[in-house]
Ligand binder design. Structure first.
Ligand SMILES: *Cc1c(COP(=O)(O)O)cnc(C)c1O
Length: 425
């Protein structure tokens, strides 16, 4: 079991005792407390470099999707390897800067960019805006005119391809809110090309997340290329083609393509074309480079079901509650107590507050559990619901552990809040 686990994560097993790189996870839990997120610097680097080497023969820009895990130490690790970044807010752009990222390698996605966000991104000279509507194009043109800049633009088109993933993370169908209908795109490009402060540089799409097959990517790229050719006939040439993110990872028994497999499916379509290929991978870089550690507070049985009540909850990791996501969970130290089948649940007052259901675990009260594949859409989606301070984040680098985000304190919980003025008289 653990060997299978170690083949797709940063975690390995030494006779049932789990470690990340050269640090036992139990030591981390003891030293830094639980719940906490732990990321492997080597795994993040490895996953990024897999894309880079698969693209060695093609002009490319790999823009890590910051929303998957936006800790500045994670961004720093990727910036040092030459990554670009895909952002969806000005907050993410400021994180990239703080981490030492290069704004000229930033693409700005998102359906609702505000004028002030556009202005800041224009001042910094980002690579391009991924524009999602004609209204946004107009606002961008006006904003750029006001600050005497020219905005580099890629239109996010909706290729109407079914990513065959969970409906909440499927984004490339006509019914979704994202992008410009591909059939209308030539018209919008022609409008854009006539705008005084817009420079058309590319086209992009992002059809969904956690894709475990290359076929939808290939179908989307074929549609994009037909559009690029049509634009060429209209005298509009592009510098880059951005096929978004979305490559899936193994949480359970999925067998997603590796970046190498993925590029082997995509690159033949680009043979003989000069446009740079842009990618926006998020999950596939960080998901399996991170885990969440949590401690068993109570074991409880109601005759029909056993519950392991742990100190992490849906506010710390919402994926199981939000997407019915299955995530592997194992004790960090091997135990000889007989295994039983548990629902692993948190302290939050919601029935949806679970991390895992019906898992066979050999555990006692006080055991530390490792929730695998927690590096993407984990901490970034955490909240203070139930007035729970958010977890610490740690980065393992070989035999070193670095605190990359302090655990929040109780004082932090209401630091921005204010009491009403007391009544006079
Ligand atoms: C979320 C998102 C990504 C990253 O998706 P992953 O599935 O994490 O690779 C890339 N591009 C856009 C526009 C996104 O919204």
């Amino acid at each position: 079991m653990h060997d299978a686990v170690s083949s797709f994560t940063a975690v390995s097993s030494d006779q049932g005792n789990l470690q990340m790189e050269r640090v036992p996870l139990n030591d981390i839990a003891n030293q830094f407390g639980t719940p906490c997120y732990v990321y492997s610097k080597a795994a993040i680097s490895h996953n990024f470099l897999a894309y880079q080497s698969a693209l060695a023969d093609k002009a490319h820009l790999i823009c890590y999707a910051v929303k998957a895990n936006s800790n500045i130490a994670v961004l720093q690790t990727l910036a040092e390897l030459g990554a670009g970044f895909d952002i969806v807010s000005i907050g993410e752009l400021e994180r990239v800067l703080r981490a030492g990222g290069d704004p000229s390698k930033v693409v700005f996605s998102g359906v609702a960019k505000s004028a002030s966000e556009m202005q800041r991104a224009l001042e910094l000279g980002i690579h391009c805006f991924n524009v999602e509507s004609e209204a946004e194009l107009e606002l961008l043109n006006n904003t750029a005119a006001n600050c005497a800049r020219v905005a580099a633009v890629s239109l996010r088109v909706n290729p109407d391809v079914d990513a065959q993933t969970h409906p909440y993370i499927s984004t490339g169908l006509k019914e979704n809110k994202f992008g410009i209908d591909i059939d209308r795109a030539p018209q919008v490009y022609q409008r854009a090309a006539q705008m005084s402060h817009i420079k058309v540089v590319g086209v992009d799409c992002h059809i969904g997340s956690q894709l475990v097959d290359t076929a939808p990517f290939v179908a989307a790229l074929e549609r994009l290329l037909a559009l690029v050719d049509r634009l060429g006939e209209l005298g509009i040439t592009l510098d880059h083609i951005d096929i978004g993110g979305g490559l899936g990872v193994c949480y359970n028994n999925e067998q997603p393509p590796t970046p190498e497999n993925y590029m082997a499916a995509v690159l033949p379509l680009l043979q003989g074309r000069s446009e740079m290929l842009v990618l926006e991978p998020g999950r596939s870089i960080v998901a399996n480079a991170g885990v969440m550690l949590t401690q068993v507070q109570y074991l409880k049985s109601n005759g029909e079901k056993n519950f392991a009540i742990v100190d992490a909850a849906m506010n710390d990791m919402i994926r199981p509650a939000l997407y019915q996501a299955w995530m592997d969970i194992q004790p960090v130290v091997r135990s000889d107590v007989p295994a039983a089948v548990y629902d692993v649940v948190g302290p939050v007052c919601e029935t949806g507050d679970f991390l895992a259901k019906e898992r066979s675990l050999s555990i006692s009260t006080g055991a530390t559990l490792c929730l695998f594949s927690a590096g993407a859409y984990g901490f970034v989606m955490s909240s203070n619901y139930n007035s729970r301070p958010r977890a610490a984040e740690l980065m393992v680098d070989d035999d070193q552990v670095h605190v990359i985000r302090q655990r929040e304190t109780i004082e932090d919980l209401f630091s921005g809040e204010q009491l009403l003025p007391s009544k006079a008289g």
